[in-house]
Each structure stands twice: as C-alpha cells, then as structure tokens.
Design a protein around this ligand. Structure first.
Ligand SMILES: [Zn+2]
Length: 114
C-alpha cells in the first residue's frame, strides 16, 4: 500500500512544520491532488489516524482540493482543462487526448492551534 508511505511523509512534514511554528496541535492538513496522482485521501486519513496517535497531529483531518486535469487534443490541438468525469475535448469532442498534468501531489497548507 503506497498510501502508508505517503502518509508517513505527510506526517513527518506536518510535525516538522508544526514544531517550527511552535504549534501545539494540527487540526487539518490540506492536500492538493491531481486526478491521476493515485492518492486516495480516505486511505491517507485512515493511516493518519493510526500514525499520528500521541503526536501534535493526532485527530487531524485530511482535506483535499482536486487539481483540474490539463490535456491537449490530438485532433484539433486545443489545450484545455477538463473534468475527469467528462474526458473529451471541449472544442471538437475528440477523446484522443494527451495528458499534460494530473499527477500533482502537494501539501497545500496546515491548520494549527498554538
Ligand atoms: Zn479537439
């Protein structure tokens, strides 16, 4: 399960940042994910609940913001942002699309109490 390794990285970063800022508690961890990042926020939450026990991040909630998917149409050449539920070129309707993004995985911000 690669979510376990990802969650460990998130937790390490979160605790380091919280300690640098002198925060007593982390209440939320906001992630920014591409639709093809392969990360399942629900799994990260489950691992975090276990791994963060007895740390400043115990009980922190994972919040997710999804990045749009950028594609280039192989038929008409248009570059656009699409929703992963409607994978087709908005200009010509082609489904022959080259993916330009979608694997983003960032920790956007932390909510802390000091
Ligand atoms: Zn097109």
């Amino acid at each position: 399960m690669h979510e376990l390794a990802i969650t460990q990285q998130i937790l390490e970063f979160t605790l380091r940042t919280a300690r640098e800022r002198g925060a007593k508690r982390v209440t939320a961890i906001r992630l920014r994910l591409g639709p093809f990042s392969g990360v399942v926020p629900e799994c990260i939450q489950i691992y975090l609940d276990v791994l963060a026990k007895d740390t400043e991040a115990e009980g922190a909630k994972i919040e997710t913001a999804w990045e749009p998917l950028r594609v280039k149409c192989l038929d008409c050449g248009l570059e656009s942002e699409i929703d992963r539920r409607h994978i087709a070129c908005p200009q010509c309707g082609s489904v022959r699309l080259h993916r330009l993004s979608g694997r983003e995985f960032l920790i956007e911000s932390l909510e802390v109490e000091s």
